[in-house]
Structures are given as C-alpha cells and as structure tokens.
Ligand binder design. Structure first.
Ligand SMILES: Cc1ncc(COP(=O)(O)O)c(C=O)c1O
Length: 441
C-alpha cells in the first residue's frame, strides 16, 4: 500500500482512540512506519525524536533485538497459555517471582492483566473483594484526585479526574470521590507556602474521611507523580502527610505506577521515590517496554490472605482475563528486567536526568511557560495560555520532535530511558526551536 491509500483507508475505516474524531476526519492520520532507538520515521521517511517514548512506555527504545528475540523464542515454544483453574507456564511464574523480588517492601504477589486500565479495575475489585472477605462489605468508596489519569474502562475512567474522560459516558460512577489535585501552581492559595498547601490537602483528606465515614471507604488511589493529567509532582511532604491518615482509618493505598514504574522517576518505583508504601501497586507500559500488552497488580500478604480465604469459601476467585499473563508478554517482560540489570538502566537514568531537568528548567524561562516541572526522565511545561500546549506540540512536530499536550495546559516530555546526553540536547534544541516558531507565528 502507498502512503496515500493507507491514509484513505484510515479515514474510511479506522476509529481512533483519544482523538478529536471530527478534526481527524479533516486532517487524516500521522502514520508512523518504523522506529529504532529514540527515533521514529513516518510514511514519507521523515524522522522524529520520540520525546514521549510512545505513550510513556518504550523505555528501552524501539527495535531492541533482545526483546524481539525473546518474543520470537516464546512464540515458537508456547504461543498461548493461561492461568485459569491453576494452569500455569514458566514465563508467567518466573516473571511473578522476578517482579516480586524488585517490588517495594511488603508486596509479594502478582496478578497479570494486559493494560493499565485493566490493572486499575482489578485493583478496585481486589480492594472490594478484600473488604468483603474481612466482613466489611460496606467499604465500597474509592478516593482519587482530580487531574489523575488511571485509564478508560468504567472503573478506571471513574477514578480518573479529567472531565474529558467523563463527558458523554455517564462517568464517573458514584463509588469514586475526587479530592483536590496536588497541583501547587493552580491549587495553592495566595500566600500559602508549599508546606501549608500540603497540610491543607491532608486536612481535606481527613475531613472527607470523617464526612463519608471510614467504614465506607475501601481504598485511596494515586499516581506518585501524575502523568497524563499534566506531569504534576506533588508538593513537598504530600505522601508523608497522607500515608498515616490512610493507615489510621484502615484505608488501602493503591499506587498507580503505570507510568512511574521501572525507573521513570529515577528509582525503580515512584512509590520508593516519593514514600508511598502502597498496599497494592499497579504497573504496565515499561514492564515490557511497550513491546507487548502486559500489566501487573501487585499486593501485600495482608491484602492477599483474606482474598485467598474468601475464594475458598466461594468456590473460586471470579476475576481474570483470557490474556492474564500471556506467555509472550511475560517472556518479553523478563527480558526487559534482564536488560535493566545488565545495562544498569537505573544508573543511566540517574546520570542523565539532571541534564534533562536542567534543560527543561531553562525552557521554563520562556514567558509562555507558567511552570517547568518534573522528576527523573519525565517533565512538563505548563503553559500560561492553555492553548499554547497543543500549538507547541504541533510546532515541535514540525521540528522533528514528538511531545504531547496533556491535562489541557501542559506539554509532556517522557523520552525512552536509554536516551543519550547528546539526544537529550537534540530533543531540547528542537523544543527551543518549536518555541521560536510559536513566537514567529
Ligand atoms: C498512570 C496511568 N494509569 C493507567 C493508565 C491506563 O493504561 P492503559 O492505557 O494501558 O489502559 C495510564 C495510561 O496512560 C496511565 O498513565
């Protein structure tokens, strides 16, 4: 097929996710043909530095031969396998074991699904099942935050705190209660210090629990750093302030590490970087470097033990997917973990992240930018005029750089973890030229 007929077929038949479909009908698709390392190439041979690692997922870059080979080997050995009724296969068992060894302290058991949304839906169902098992079935509410992004299935979209994910879908469902976004530049009051803002958010949590009743609340869910809602780094001391409140009221903490897991913020887990100590942790994306759809819900013994007993009483645990722990996805994930160790990916992130954050802060000096923020190898530029975010994304593309407008006002950068210092400089230069384009327009 030539590029033109591909485009025509897309316009005629493709139904795009997370797309302005009306605009797309006029503009048509942006067709990517191939990728290698941090680079993508479109159907016309134009190259783009992928400053978003796909959708925050291609941690090890495109076309890594070791991952290709791991998938090929597993496809030949056992191309499909499942875990229903106690069935198992070596890649799934070994991955659960290897992942458990890396998890934040206290998390020991791993349930597999295919996407971040499925993982978060599963986390909600596990929290519910857990409380039913413990004789507190009225604990059904889940606390979440505005501007959080947890996915798009009915439960995950309800947890999400972005109006675009709710409008037209009869969402959020009423079991979710949203709290203030931990977003200092937008939510802190005039004259309020960072510490005072943190204290106010903690007080809001305490008041909400008192008002709704702790006995009605199953869990609180949070991304360590909010990603798709605008790369929002919480104020100093935020998790240290809310963690004891949740513990005191017996409310489970679910850490959504779909973006922050596997070194995005520096350490292996955002939970460690920001001090969450979760009872349940969900991860996906960089677990396979985006090469295969795979997510994991990781729980503590204390969460798991009542679930185990309840499944015995009921004669089964009624949850699981056809593709839970797909052997090819698990084989690729195992190879990702092996490469993390062999190539010291976390050491690389620690070495290059300061260069990235410094460059971002410099771009933040532009009068168009309200705040530059980030941690590790993720960053965001919140624009003073929200419309500038989409304009900057378009200008960057014209400069051969892919970034993404998120949360309605912020341009996100989240490059592959393997990006080199020279590629970081190249990425930031391209973004600087994109700013020039906005100024010249
Ligand atoms: C923090 C977070 N949670 C959940 C999801 C949903 O993942 P998926 O798109 O795989 O369903 C995303 C996707 O970007 C995410 O960023």
């Amino acid at each position: 097929m030539t590029a033109t007929t591909l485009e025509a077929a897309d316009r005629a038949h493709a139904f795009h996710p997370q797309t302005n479909l009306a605009r797309h009908a006029e503009t048509g698709p942006f067709v990517i043909a191939r990728g290698a390392g941090v680079w993508l190439e479109d159907a016309d041979g134009r190259r783009f530095l992928d400053g978003m690692a796909g959708l925050w997922c291609v941690g090890l870059g495109y076309g890594e031969p070791r991952l290709v080979e791991a998938a090929r080997r597993q496809l030949e050995t056992l191309s499909y396998g499942h875990g229903f009724g106690g069935r198992a296969h070596a890649p799934g068992i070994r991955l659960a074991e290897e992942l458990a060894a890396l998890l934040p302290e206290g998390l020991t058991r791993v349930f597999f699904a295919s996407s971040g949304s499925e993982a978060n839906d599963t986390a909600v169902k596990l929290a519910w099942y857990h409380w039913v098992a413990r004789g507190e079935p009225e604990r059904t509410r889940i606390l979440a935050r505005r501007r959080a992004y947890h996915g798009v299935t009915i439960a995950a979209a309800s947890l999400t705190g972005l109006p675009m994910m709710h409008g037209g879908f009869h969402l959020p469902r009423p079991f979710v209660h949203h709290l203030t976004a931990p977003h200092r530049v937008q939510q802190a009051r005039d004259g309020e210090t960072e510490a005072e803002f943190t204290a106010r958010l903690a007080a809001e949590l305490e008041e909400t629990i008192d008002r709704l009743g702790a006995s009605t609340i199953a869990a609180f869910i949070a991304e360590p750093v909010i990603g798709a809602g605008g790369v929002i780094v919480p104020p100093e001391g935020y998790f240290a302030a809310i963690r004891p409140i949740l513990r005191r009221h017996g409310i489970l903490l679910i850490a959504d590490e779909v973006i922050t897991g596997f070194g995005r913020l520096g350490p292996m887990w955002g939970s460690t970087a920001l001090g969450l100590a979760p009872d349940i942790l969900t991860c996906a994306k960089m677990l396979t470097s985006g090469y295969q759809p795979l997510s994991a819900v990781c729980v503590s013994d204390a969460v798991f033990a009542p679930i185990l007993e309840e499944s015995g009483r009921r004669g089964g645990f009624g949850h699981g997917f056809t593709y839970s722990g797909h052997p090819v996805a698990c084989a690729v994930a195992r190879e990702v973990l092996a490469l993390f160790a062999e190539r010291d990916i976390l050491g690389h992130v620690a070495a290059v992240a300061p260069r990235f954050q410094r460059g971002l802060a410099q771009l933040g000096q532009s009068p168009r930018v309200r705040e530059a923020r980030g941690l590790g190898l993720v960053g965001g530029l919140e624009m003073r005029a929200p419309a500038d975010a989409a304009r900057l994304e378009a200008a960057a593309r014209a400069e051969g750089l892919i970034v993404r407008a998120v949360g309605g006002d912020t341009v996100a950068l989240c490059p592959p973890l393997v990006i080199t210092p020279a590629e970081i400089d190249d990425m930031l230069d391209r973004l600087a030229r994109a700013f020039d384009r906005l100024d010249d327009a």
